[in-house]
Design a protein around this ligand. Structure first.
Ligand code: PGA
Length: 224
């Protein structure tokens, strides 16, 4: 099974998010992609900002293997933590949560201790994680379901790593047998095929290229 994960980051209004989903699901309907979804050969994971998750879920649930992820989750289970979104608030509408994205590690000062607590929250509620690591120095938790190699110099720069570089990093990461290996960093409709054709790479995590439903559709339809 290949995994294509669209990380919208802090983009879009509610209306734009809904329209994105309408366009994307219309394109899906008229394509061969639902067959891959039905056969468990492809899972499409969309990570919109928190406020749009409940808005998009009724459209996503019409397709097998079209699921939602949150881009983060609180390190706390519940209580007096103003502004936090906890795992139990979104359980039932998301299948995954992205944890440890470098933008959070760097711009929001998220340290490994915080990331460990977030992973524990997901584990406790039996939600799956998409753990982002920058290299082998970031901890790989045994509970991580998908491990995304996201080199900082490739994110948002247009300087995507080569397939060879990505596979060399996979060897350094020592993944557990149940962990799938994802690459993210300037993935787009032009370069996605070379990664997708390689059996060592289980999926892709486009950011910018996921913001346009037509380009994102082009990436998911590159899965064979
Ligand atoms: P990018 O972002 O595709 O825009 O480089 C990837 C990511 O940060 O997840």
């Amino acid at each position: 099974m290949k995994f294509i994960i669209g990380n919208w980051k802090a983009n879009k209004t509610a209306q734009e998010a809904f329209e994105w989903m309408l366009i994307f699901t219309e394109k899906l309907k008229t394509s061969e992609v639902p067959k891959l979804l039905e056969e468990d050969k492809l899972q499409i994971i969309i990570a919109p900002p928190f406020p749009f998750i409940y808005l998009l879920q009724p459209l996503a649930e019409k397709f097998h293997n079209l699921v939602l992820a949150s881009q983060d989750i609180s390190q706390f289970s519940d209580g007096s933590f103003t502004g936090e979104v906890t795992a139990q608030m979104v359980k039932g509408v998301i299948d995954y949560s992205i944890i440890g994205h470098s933008e959070r590690r760097v711009s929001l000062y998220e340290d490994e201790a915080t990331i460990a607590k977030k992973m524990k929250q997901l584990e406790d509620l039996k939600l799956k994680s998409i753990l982002c690591v920058r290299d082998e120095k970031d901890t790989i938790y045994s509970s991580a379901s998908l491990v995304a190699y996201e080199p900082m110099d490739a994110i948002g720069t247009g300087n995507n790593k080569t397939v060879e570089e990505v596979i060399a990093m996979k060897k350094n990461l020592s993944l557990l047998p149940h962990q799938k290996f994802i690459y993210g960093g300037s993935v787009n409709e032009e370069n996605c095929t070379e990664y997708l054709q390689n059996p060592e790479i289980d999926g892709l995590l486009p950011g910018k290229a996921s913001l346009d439903p037509v380009e994102f559709f082009s990436i998911v339809s590159s899965v064979e």
